[in-house]
Design a protein around this ligand. Sequence first.
Ligand SMILES: [Zn+2]
Ligand SMILES: [Zn+2]
Length: 143
Amino acid sequence: MMSVLWIGLSFIGMEFFTGWFHKNVMHGPLWVLHESHHKPPRSFWQRNDWFVLFFMTTSISLTVVGAPDGPALWMGIGVALYGFSYFFVHDYLIHRRVGKPHTPTNRYLRAVHRAHHAHHKHIGRETGEAFGLLWVPRQYWRD
Ligand SMILES: [Zn+2]
Ligand SMILES: [Zn+2]
């Protein structure tokens, strides 16, 4: 049962961590990589995709360190599950890197879209809003 707890806590922790990381690191010292994601895409791969590698390495390292049944293993799995969810929602559902653009009918997903598009209205590094992804602040739920 502890495994489920660790996976859940890591998943939730990742939403907070990536919100902080996005705001303070990606819109900070590593803007050089993230900037590509705030400009019209010029090719399928963006410099911003290096962050996927960073989170994958973190997840795999935790899994290896925690094997066969330590807390770090479950944390690694939690980080991986969050990564897949993030990629699915952010890259597939929102940015449609594959497939045609569409507007979701689900109320939660509409709020997720609205919040993330509000984030993308800001082209520069300094100003911004909605740095998180899956947890949507109240003001984006209106409709
Ligand atoms: Zn950003
Ligand atoms: Zn985006």
